[in-house]
Design a protein around this ligand. Structure first.
Ligand code: SF4
Length: 278
């Protein structure tokens, strides 16, 4: 796919022109465009996956709780110690608070996270024989588990399709013009209506990957984005290839440039090793 050729200029004017192209879109038109964008994202991010390391549903619940206000990378550095020491719900329920706090300290908000894990262990023993339940209603009733965490657990540990509305997802689906909404639960239902249920979990990963690597909060790489032709927010970031390519991040930054029809040689080596947004 080649990058759209749109003359350089003026951010605001260009952005207005992009938005105007989709201003009269019908609901069915939006659904078709959303599905096309979802297919583009699948091609652009074949490596998309849950970036938290885990082997069991309980481990994923713990890792997701620890990921609040913390990078997945940092969580993955801490969880091997946690998982070696605390294997069952009973282990968390009986944890020595001070010792667990010390282990969790690098993830931030460690007192609150310790509290959540101990209460989660206790609730699992009291209500679910120590096992993590596999339904949204049961999960969100547990301490420390909100709707976002529950959907991560359902989608990745139980193979039940779930849409994860994190900060990247919320920003991107608004930029995509899929929604005009900030409330995570409303966003979840609106996006659920646009794409096939079987795609929910992977679409969430791909959108989050795109948000971390291409469509950044402050300066999205519009000129090196595979979604440019389909995005009403094209022009939010630089649209020329060279400055946009410099904004790409992650180990596949050059592949992402090539996929968008941009010379991969424009991606500096540092982009490949620069840490992505959490
Ligand atoms: S990088 Fe630009 S073109 Fe791509 S999705 Fe984000 S706002 Fe749209």
């Amino acid at each position: 796919m080649s990058r759209p050729v749109i003359a350089a200029p003026a951010g605001a004017a260009l952005l207005a022109r992009s938005a105007k192209r989709f201003a009269n879109e019908t609901p069915i038109g939006r659904k078709r465009r959303a599905r096309k964008m979802a297919r583009e994202l699948a091609e652009a991010h074949p490596d998309a996956h849950c970036e938290l390391d885990f082997e069991t549903p309980l481990q994923l619940a713990v890792a997701t709780i620890l990921s609040a206000q913390c990078t997945d990378k940092k969580v993955n550095e801490v969880t091997p110690t946690v998982f070696a020491k605390y294997v069952t719900a009973a282990d968390y329920a009986a944890a020595d608070r001070g010792r667990l706090e010390e282990i969790l300290r690098p993830t931030g908000f460690f007192r609150a996270k310790t509290d959540s894990l101990i209460k989660l262990g206790q609730a699992l023993i009291e209500r679910h024989d120590g096992e993590l339940p596999g339904t949204l209603d049961q999960l969100v009733a547990l301490p420390g588990i909100g709707r976002k965490t529950a959907n991560v657990i359902l989608g990745n540990a139980f193979d039940v399709p779930g849409i994860t509305v994190d900060t990247h997802f919320r920003r991107l689906v608004n930029r995509f013009g899929w929604v005009d909404e900030e409330d995570p639960v409303k966003i979840e239902f609106l996006v659920a209506d646009l794409v096939e249920k079987r795609d929910w979990t992977m679409l969430s990963h791909r959108i989050i990957f795109h948000g971390r690597r291409v469509c950044h909060a402050r300066k999205p790489a519009c000129g090196a984005c595979t979604l440019a032709k389909l995005c009403p927010s094209y022009g939010t970031g630089p649209t020329e290839a060279a400055p946009a390519a410099k904004l790409l991040k992650g180990p596949r930054a050059r592949d992402l440039a090539a996929h968008a029809g941009v010379d991969p040689g424009l991606v500096p080596a540092a982009a490949i090793t620069t840490p992505e947004a959490p």
